[in-house]
Ligand binder design. Structure first.
Ligand code: ADP
Ligand code: ZN
Length: 370
């Protein structure tokens, strides 16, 4: 299948997204076309580098480019100010200037961290994203968010900064763990709920084929998931274009995330991964949507069925609903009440700011597996 191209158009900038297989040779060509200097710095997740570093180096070298690699340990704990300082120092040492491209190679941790460093060093370096997890390809690498964590909270420091180019290369997906696949699937399912009945039904129909638990991610699977990844990226681009700085419309991307952040935090980010928490959070949004927006209960059942098919959780265990509620209240940004994105029907959501605590707690009770 041919490489697909999507463009995110912003005032004064166009970001190109290429989706396909074995896309890395695009990079040297891109540099030639845009007259980018041969120097490129690739900041990579060290595990991803182990898997793909040699291959990448070969592609660059064959076209006369000499990439320099900086390796970062995998995991959320690398998204900190210290790493940013290390990266700035490395940039100085390598005499990086505004016409040196910096590329991020890895999952959401790498795209968030490197994008932040690139957005702030010399007020902005040209940035290329090469996301390697399904979650990063479907979500983190689309829309220009950057972020690092403080001990007071996740993603408390960040900016909006768009890359020049994003390579969504499905070849990377073949080495993902089942857990990583499920994480990405949760965001793809979320996006299909925003997309509408057609996109959601397509996923329902394909769910048997794409459910991969118990098997290893494979070439065949990465090809199967491609149309749904494309649909998710296209939908996210269309939402971001309407509201690049998350002032209104873009908030709908947080569907399921108010509950998810509470669940992740209550489990101290160990009990549930982001994708698992989003899956439970989507069901939470449906149940609360039933109460507030007359979301049809049979549609909640469909959402639960699809998530379960992909082996994502639809209820939480062990956590205490009051604890989850408290974390959700802590997570609220700027507003007095907790903000929810609630579905009215599949494909239509509303932003709700004023929901009684009792209704939220009631939903959290329903979300707890007994
Ligand atoms: P996310 O994209 O879910 O936010 P991270 O950036 O934390 O995730 O990456 C999750 C884990 O997956 C890390 O341990 C990372 O090293 C690993 N990883 C990233 N990309 C790949 C890949 N293509 N194949 C195998 N493992 C990968
Ligand atoms: Zn998310």
């Amino acid at each position: 299948m041919k490489t697909q191209k999507l463009t995110l158009t912003l005032p004064g900038k166009k970001v190109e997204y290429f989706l396909g297989e074995n896309l890395l040779p695009v990079l040297p060509k891109f540099f030639k076309k845009t007259n980018t200097p041969a120097k490129i710095l690739i900041i990579a997740d060290s595990f991803v580098h182990k898997l793909y570093g040699k291959q990448i180096e070969k592609i660059f070298k064959s076209s006369g480019h000499h990439p320099e690699f900086v390796l970062i340990s995998p995991g959320e704990s690398s998204k900190n100010l210290n790493q940013i300082k290390n990266l700035y120092e490395k940039f100085c040492q390598l005499k990086i200037s505004r016409n040196t491209s910096v590329a991020a190679l890895g999952g959401g941790v790498m795209t968030d961290l490197v994008s932040f460093a690139a957005s702030t060093f010399m007020r902005g370096l040209p940035l290329i994203l090469i996301p390697t997890t399904l979650l990063a390809q479907a979500d983190a690498a689309v829309g220009g968010k950057t972020g690092i964590n403080l001990k007071q909270g996740k993603n408390l420091v960040g900016s909006f900064y768009h890359p020049e180019l994003v390579l969504l290369d499905i070849q990377f997906l073949r080495t993902l763990s089942q857990k990583e696949i499920r994480n990405g699937m949760a965001e793809i399912i979320k996006m299909s709920l925003l997309e509408g009945e057609k996109g959601f039904q397509a996923l329902e129909k394909a769910s048997e084929e794409i459910q991969t638990c118990g098997r290893k991610a494979s070439e065949e699977w990465s090809k199967k998931i491609r149309p749904y990844l494309y649909a998710a990226v296209r939908k996210k681009i269309s939402i971001v274009e309407k509201d690049p700085y998350e002032k209104n419309e873009r908030m709908i991307l947080n569907l399921g995330h108010t509950f998810a952040h509470g669940i992740e935090a209550a489990g101290e980010y160990k009990t549930y991964s982001h994708g698992e928490a989003v899956a439970i959070g989507l069901v939470g949004a449906c149940l609360l949507g039933e109460k507030i927006e007359k979301f049809p209960p049979e549609q909640t059942r469909r959402v639960e069925k699809l998530l379960s098919k992909i082996h994502l959780p639809i209820r939480y265990k062990k956590l205490n609903p009051i604890q989850v509620f408290d974390q959700m209240a802590l997570d609220k940004k700027k507003t007095e009440t907790i903000r929810f994105i609630l579905p009215k029907t599949i494909g239509k959501v509303v932003i709700c700011d004023k929901i009684a605590a009792a209704q939220v707690l009631d939903t959290l009770q329903m979300l707890k597996e007994d």
